[in-house]
Design a protein around this ligand. Sequence first.
Ligand code: PEP
Ligand code: MN
Length: 357
Amino acid sequence: MSNLEQMRAELQELNLQLLDLMNQRAALSKAIGEVKRKQGTNKFDPEFERHMLNQIAEHNHGPFEDSTVQHLFKQIFKACLDLQQDSSKKLLLVSRKKKAEDTVVQIGDVKVGVAGHPLMIAGPCSVESLEQVREVAKALKEQGIGVLRGGAFKPRTSPYDFQGLGVEGLEILRQVGDEFGLKVISEIVNPSDIEMATKYVDVIQIGARNMQNFELLKAAGRVNTPVLLKRGLSATIEEFIYAAEYILSNGNTNVMLCERGIRTYEKATRNTLDISAVPILKQETHLPVFVDVTHSTGRRDLLLPTARAAVAIGADGVMVEVHPDPETALSDAKQQLSIPQFNEFMSELRATKLSQI
Ligand code: PEP
Ligand code: MN
């Protein structure tokens, strides 16, 4: 055997000894974790970890630097600590690994998340008057659509823009919903309004600007009303998933996700619709996923092609804004559909025969 071969053989032998020692350490650490679990004490003990790191530095005679060995040992400590955690605890409640089957959210008698049966949610950007909402509701009813949207608390970029009718808007929505037999959805922006909102709406919407309003997420988690959570303006998919986890971990499992476009450098559209977020969210979570074609594109001419793309890629629903007279709308005048345009949009979308929307 050459000298190099000899040394490599020794190296492998040392690897195996290290492996054996690391696993012995892991087994001991697991046993310690079990004792701590019974005692109800905290698994991570920073004082003891500091003590171990000091001891390692004291006994280190190189050639590794103290900081290098301490770094390596910290990795081992961390891996051992992870082993102490119950592995099922590490899985998020929203994750597909935790629950393999699709969550079907029940909005009264309307089911969301049944494969091949995407749901359309339509209605004005803002609730402006009883008459306005009634006109849209009538159009929805004629199209056989069961869920009406309308903003009552509007999160506007400028404080001088129309802020919504507030509770009066929710009252109008409920009244019209009952009159036409439609379920209603509206955005809530204040955690202290969640409880009140459950008296008016069938679905609570949490808007893009509030995706990481953790107190709002927790409050929405403490009720049973279904929640439609929209992706934040600049949120990663991971952040979006964690935001949904806030709601589920507080008890409410009736959560739907909504991709509504993200901020990029592109100016041709209001936001950039991240269409691949739909299959990613469906792989990673068991929750229904919507695509809001209005706020993602900000362009009337793109509503139909993006709605088709959403259905084709497997979205569980589409959201679109409709107004009796978009030109005079108090918000999002540029991209809402008029009622004839909405009827055209629906028949074109249905003609695609991708599914029964
Ligand atoms: C809305 O749906 O009314 C809305 C304000 O959308 P987003 O939060 O996605 O901007
Ligand atoms: Mn809008």
